[in-house]
Ligand binder design. Structure first.
Ligand SMILES: C[S@@+](CC[C@H](N)C(=O)[O-])C[C@H]1O[C@@H](n2cnc3c(N)ncnc32)[C@H](O)[C@@H]1O
Length: 320
């Protein structure tokens, strides 16, 4: 793929790709995306990746990925390769792990910021691109497209799915993974925290987060609607939804779920302060933000209820 106006390749000095806002570092490509692009956010992305590997029993994916990447199954057999795309790659760990697992594949990770390691497998590359402005690859170029925990950066998710459809070859596979932004408390989703509810401050924090995203024109219902939205494209078959609750913290008795819960807890411990700039940007005062974060931390550090997050996982094949 040659360099185009929409894609940047990173040299040693990458300061031009970042900006500062409310004491954190952010990407410079899409100023509406208000989660930081810094070391803590990379750590959070790595924790998220490790947590999902636990959920997938040590794998990087669910669904017929091996079939989609089987040599001889696709149109570019003459080139002896197949192509995998990771949209909103963050730390890039997923792409790196996929490149190791499928050494004959070219794996491309795209993000707003150059957060990924410089030293990667030879079949793995990272590119800068705002996914809201289109993805500069030809129709049908990819065999497998992965997009995980990215909907908070995409204002028109239907258009995003149309772009994924365009990029996939016929028979190619898409895997979408989006956690809900409505917390689960003692097994029940809590969209609005009534007074005296256990983990009320936790729920209020998430309600405020959803409010800020909505003001940024992000549709916070996308995670629950992934299957419907994919079906509405009319371009996919074998649409399979798998969903479930990810525990948050140390309450699960089962050792496997306990590991998942610990990783998710560490992720959220970093997420709470990461949202400070977004809250300030949306006009909350320093005091309001401080009390939102310390309140949510109280519920995270000294839980009086079992917290979880509902996660939505959908894979599907593009019609032949
Ligand atoms: C929450 S992180 C998830 C990272 C990774 N997919 C994972 O599951 O660990 C979201 C990532 O998507 C990127 N992102 C958000 N909106 C984007 C956009 N419009 N274009 C490109 N990347 C975007 C962010 O920079 C961030 O690295």
């Amino acid at each position: 793929m040659s360099q185009s106006a929409d894609v940047s390749f990173i040299g040693e000095d990458d300061s031009e790709y970042f900006r500062r806002l409310f004491d954190r570092t952010f990407n410079n490509l899409n100023t509406r995306y208000l989660l930081p692009a810094d070391e803590d956010e990379v750590k959070r992305s790595e924790l998220h990746h490790r947590m999902m590997q636990f959920v997938f029993q040590g794998n990087n994916y669910v669904g017929p990925v091996k079939e989609a990447l089987q040599f001889g199954q696709h149109r570019r057999v003459a080139f002896n390769t197949y192509s995998v795309l990771d949209l909103g790659t963050g730390s890039g760990l997923w792409a790196i792990n996929m490149a190791d697992e499928f050494p004959r594949a070219e794996v491309i990770g795209i993000d707003l910021a150059p957060l990924q390691p410089r030293s990667v497998p030879p079949n793995c590359t990272f590119e800068l691109c705002d996914l809201e402005s289109g993805i500069p690859y030809p129709d049908g170029y990819f065999d497998f497209i992965h997009a995980r925990s990215i909907h908070t950066g995409i204002r028109d998710y239907s258009q995003f799915l149309r772009e994924i459809t365009r990029l996939l070859r016929p028979g190619g596979l898409v895997l979408l993974i989006e956690p809900d932004l409505i917390p689960i408390v003692d097994g029940r989703p809590v969209a609005r925290a009534p007074a005296n509810l256990a983990a009320g401050e936790w729920s209020t924090f998430w309600e405020t987060y959803r409010g800020c995203l909505t003001r940024q024109d992000i549709d916070v219902t996308v995670p629950q609607r992934l299957t419907d939205m994919l079906t509405a494209t009319g371009a996919f078959e074998n649409i399979v939804k798998r969903d479930g609750n990810i525990p948050v913290g140390f309450w699960p008795k089962d050792p496997h779920l306990l590991s998942v819960g610990q990783l998710q807890w560490l992720d959220y411990d970093l997420l709470l302060p990461a949202l400070r700039p977004m809250f300030l940007f949306h006009g909350l005062t320093e005091n309001q933000v401080q009390s939102l974060i310390t309140g949510a931390q109280r519920d995270l550090y000294h839980p009086v209820a079992e917290l979880s997050t509902h996660i939505n996982i959908v894979h599907a094949s593009k019609h032949l």
